[in-house]
Design a protein around this ligand. Sequence first.
Ligand code: ADP
Ligand code: MG
Length: 703
Amino acid sequence: MCGINNGTSILESPIEFLKGVGPMRGELLRTELGIATFEDLLYHFPYRYFDRSQITKIAAVNGLTEFAQFAGILINIGEEGDGRKKRLTATLYDDTRRIELVWFQNINWVKKSITEGERYIVFGKVAHYGGYYNISHPEIEAWNSDTNIPGRQPVYSTTEKLRLRGITNRSFAKITQSLFEKVKPHDIPEILPSAILSQYQLCNRYSAIRWLHYPDTEHHEEMARYRMKWEELFISQILIGRLRLQHTIQRGWIFDKVGGAFNTFFNHHLPFQLTGAQKRVLKEIRQDTATGRQMNRLLQGDVGSGKTIVALMSMLLALDNGFQACIMAPTEILATQHFNSISGLLEEMGITIKLLTGNIKGKERKAILAGLADGSLSFVAGTHALIEDPVIFKNLGLAVIDEQHRFGVGQRAKLWKKNELPPHVLVMTATPIPRTLAMTLYGDLEVSVIDELPPGRQEIKTVHRRDTARAKVMEFMRHEIDKGRQAYIVYPLIEESEKLDYESLMQGYEQVKMWFSEDRYRTAMVHGRMEAELKERNMARFVKGEANILVATTVIEVGVNVPNASVMLLESAERFGLSQMHQLRGRVGRGAEQSYCILMTGSKVGEESVKRINIMVSTTDGFKIAEEDLAMRGPGDMYGTKQSGVLKFKLADIVHDSAILEETRHAALALLTADPRLELPQHQGLKTTLRNHASQSHWAKIS
Ligand code: ADP
Ligand code: MG
């Protein structure tokens, strides 16, 4: 989000020029919070307000109280404990009762900043210890009636370092006050068209920003927040809308024949009947590719829903129209798997597919490259090696991308340069994406969903077991393996570099080898610290059935297909996220056998973890799980969006603001329909904002 800079705008002034800042504080604000200009400070919104009207009496605290604000006199300031256990305590006393305050860090600084006998407003999370209450590390502000900040007082996020250097919340508030003495309404012009402001009853931009810092009433705060969230989401929807528009006017190859290969396969070589969902998706793809526009379609289907066959039949469609097709996967294992299953399916039809990865070298590689260049080779499966520069296609008509999260948008774009016209693109993902998230992340793609599993699948039985039942669990695994099945044991190595995690994985591996010491049990291990080659080799041993137990970290999460595996054991399951557990569980239950997922935890497990585990035990529906996951975690770190920055909203939150999101989507669509190039005079403010936005963010790289 950024405003309009007309070159000499006051908003561009360096922050140290603001009254009350100066060079030293300026430097601190820059390094600690990234606030370099007046404008940056303007967008550093408070995250809450001290509201003098919302004060709880201490006597009213009960077991249900969570966050609360109190006003009273501070007494009994003192230190307890020594060394690392040292803590500072104080008692806040109002005319009803007392409550204890406690600090474990920055004790000296806190001590200096509070005075016994003075009046304070205190805010924090109330902790309960059997009828006894305290607040640790509360926010605390002197409560003078002579303060010149009226009504609700902003609370800004600062850092430890800033506070230590005397930039407390109070001085922050003073700085923003002097900011608003300098910055006038004309410095913050409106960027939304007035028709939109009135249709959606949004307040103007200046008021919104001012009210966010200094809301005189709760109503104004709400209006301000609503307006700025609306703007953020609207801009994202306009950006997505414009991308989509570009796609729809992007010419593409016309696949208007459904010819020999497709029909022969469909009539004679399909190993099973397609599900209704698979048929529907194929129809959507056929319609897309016949229009003369480039297809950009996202295919969502839960693990095991049968996306591969859809990919293959789309490739046959390309072939029937005289084009080449490729299928790309993020890892060598997955690419090899696609290659194997597709060559198996094509065997009787005499159609060749080749595998191209970084490991395929020399003569073999040369031959593949030559075949792709002269068109004698129609199909290729591979890793990103496929989009490396030396690979030239004669006429690539379709690119299927599996497990898209690992393929950056930039890589997708690279594909387009392989021809005179870009190929049709089918992106497949097994991670169900909640609708609101899909709208922001993949709003530029059309979406198809396979919402039906092939018939005859057995529900994976999922249970939660404590460590104390380990012997029984191992006995159960032994029993399964003795029936000829295979089992996964997965450890939560969230940071592959984390030493403790690594050690517990190694210990776990040793233990597994002890539990399964007989010769008939063969164990393999893969983890992220391993050399890629060794990892692939161990993985391959399990895929081929040479090993019957795979001890692993989450590196196996995506896409691996070993239909004979029937047990997925997750160690320290409390540490896994919901979507991650769902992905891992999807590695079993791929064959005809009854499969099991065992979630192991210690005896002490946090509330949130129990909730996640219970969701896993109660449902196998990936969409339900994704929704729950989004609600519990927020979008911040789901689906690798953290790095992509797509969801970096300052105020909006796509879980709670989904209603606004819908609204802005409609508004963006209407606006772009009326004025696709934003040429109307009333859209110039918006256009400038988008330009600034694009030059600062990843959006610029997309097209
Ligand atoms: P995913 O969507 O996870 O990639 P796959 O394409 O690997 O799923 O399919 C999972 C398994 O289901 C494969 O063994 C595949 O052969 C099988 N399968 C796919 N579609 C059907 C169907 N319509 N009927 C029966 N089995 C199917
Ligand atoms: Mg798959």
